[in-house]
Ligand binder design. Structure first.
Ligand SMILES: [Zn+2]
Ligand SMILES: [Zn+2]
Length: 108
């Protein structure tokens, strides 16, 4: 622990090191270390530690958003598809109805 006093910050050569990063074993000043999960880590190691998880989360949320978008698009497409089918079926039904009415009128 004595050599810590004689160590300088990895990023700031003029500053005395106050902590040693357990990940990269380098010495850092107070400004360069951050407490993370009760551990003192340097900014670089903290970035390495948090970045993959964050990007994974970002990727997952992006995928979830994409799935939501696709699902929404599919629902909208299905809605319009069935509306279209309904609209396509409607005129013939009306037509049949008028035909039947015409037939009914003719027979009366
Ligand atoms: Zn480190
Ligand atoms: Zn520093």
């Amino acid at each position: 622990m004595d050599d810590l006093l004689h160590q300088r910050c990895f990023n700031h050569m003029l500053r005395e090191a106050v902590a040693r990063c357990p990940e990269c074993r380098r010495y850092f000043c107070r400004e360069c270390v951050t407490e993370h999960d009760d551990k003192i880590l340097c900014a670089a190691c903290l970035g390495h530690k948090t970045d993959p998880a964050a990007s994974d989360l970002k990727r997952f949320s992006g995928l979830a958003r994409m799935m939501h978008f696709l699902l929404g698009t599919m629902l909208i497409w299905m809605f319009f598809y069935y509306m279209g089918q309904l609209l396509l079926a409607l005129p013939s039904a009306f037509h049949e109805g008028t035909l039947w009415q015409m037939g009914w009128w003719n027979t009366q």
